[in-house]
Design a protein around this ligand. Structure first.
Ligand code: KIV
Length: 263
C-alpha cells in the first residue's frame, strides 16, 4: 500500500519509527521498496555519490527530474521526496517552477528545501498551492561555499535559533522536517515540540525517523560520515539483507547507536 502524509503523521503520533533511504535510479528504488522503507529521498547528494562532484552544488533541476523519474517508475509503496537543488528556489517564481517540474514531470510526492529564514515564504507559497514540503535544517550542504560543513546547535544561542526556526517552518506550512547533524538532545526537543514528522540524519535516535544515503548503507562511499553505518558486512551477505537490516534497526531504535553520535 502506497505511503501517504496521513500515515506518516500517524506513525509520529504512535511513536512508530519512520524509515527513509535515498535512491537515485529504478533498480535501487525497487530494492529499497522490497526492504520496506516508508520514504525514498531523491537527494541532491546524487551530485556527490552518483555524479562524482565534490559538493551538491552542481546538480541541476534537469538532473533531479531525470533521477526522480527513474525512481518513481519502480517505486511501488514509498512516499517520494525530491530535493530542490541549489538555487532552484532562489526566488519565488523559480521555486514554483522547480517544484512544478519535480511534481508534474517527476511525479514526486513532496519537495525538500534546505534552509531556515530564507525559505519560510516559499514553504507557504508551495503548500498553499498543494505541494507538500519537507524542510531541512542543521547542517546545510547547499551552503558549504559560505559556511563549510557547519554543525549548528551546540551552544545555547544557536540551539534556540534552530528550535525557533523549526517552529516557524511548521507554522509556515511544512509537512516534514529533516534535521542533519543536530546534537541529539536538541533534535529530541525539536521532535517533541513539532507536530510534523522529524527525520534525522546524524541527529541521534530520538527523532521520528531516520534517513541515510544509500551508498553509505551499502559501503560504497569512500569516506562515509561517522553518523552512517555500513550494513553490507559479511554477515549480511547480500544487498537485500543489508537494506532489510537497516530498516529493522531503525524500526527498533537500534540505529543510530552511541558510536554514530556527533554530539
Ligand atoms: O541529499 C540528501 O541525500 C539529503 C540527505 C543527506 C538528508 O539531503
Amino acid at each position: 500500500m502506497k505511503m501517504n502524509l496521513a500515515k506518516l503523521n500517524k506513525m509520529k503520533q504512535q511513536n512508530e519509527k519512520i524509515v527513509c533511504l535515498t535512491a537515485y535510479d529504478a533498480g535501487m528504488s525497487s530494492l529499497v521498496n522490497q526492504a520496506g522503507v516508508d520514504i525514498i529521498l531523491v537527494g541532491d547528494s546524487l551530485a556527490m555519490v552518483v555524479q562524482g562532484h565534490k559538493t551538491t552544488l552542481p546538480v541541476t533541476i534537469e538532473h533531479m527530474l531525470y533521477h526522480t523519474q527513474m525512481v518513481q517508475r519502480t517505486n511501488t509503496n514509498a512516499w517520494c521526496i525530491a530535493d530542490m537543488p541549489f538555487m532552484a528556489d532562489a526566488d519565488l517564481a523559480t521555486a514554483l517552477k522547480s517544484a512544478a517540474v519535480l511534481m508534474k514531470d517527476g511525479l514526486a510526492d513532496m519537495v525538500k528545501l534546505e534552509g531556515g529564514g530564507g525559505v519560510f515564504k516559499t514553504i507557504t507559497a508551495l503548500t498553499d498551492l498543494g505541494v507538500p514540503v519537507c524542510a531541512h535544517l542543521g547542517l546545510l550542504p547547499q551552503q558549504v561555499a559560505k559556511h563549510g560543513y557547519k554543525i549548528t546547535g551546540r551552544d545555547e544561542l544557536s540551539a534556540k535559533k534552530l528550535l525557533n526556526e523549526a517552529q516557524q517552518i511548521e507554522q509556515a506550512g511544512a509537512n516534514m522536517l529533516v534535521l542533519e547533524c543536530v546534537p541529539s538532545a536538541l533534535a529530541k526537543r525539536i521532535t517533541a515540540t513539532l507536530t510534523i514528522p522529524v527525520i534525522g540524519i546524524g541527529s541521534g535516535v530520538d527523532t521520528d525517523g531516520q534517513v541515510l544515503v544509500v551508498t553509505d548503507v551499502l559501503g560504497l562511499t569512500e569516506k562515509a560520515p561517522k553518523f552512517a553505518k555500513n550494513y553490507l558486512n559479511p554477515t549480511a551477505g547480500s544487498i537485500q539483507k543489508a537494506l532489510t537490516n537497516y530498516v529493522a534497526e531503525v524500526r527498533e531504535s537500534k540505529f543510530p547507536a552511541k558510536q554514530h553520535l556527533i554530539d
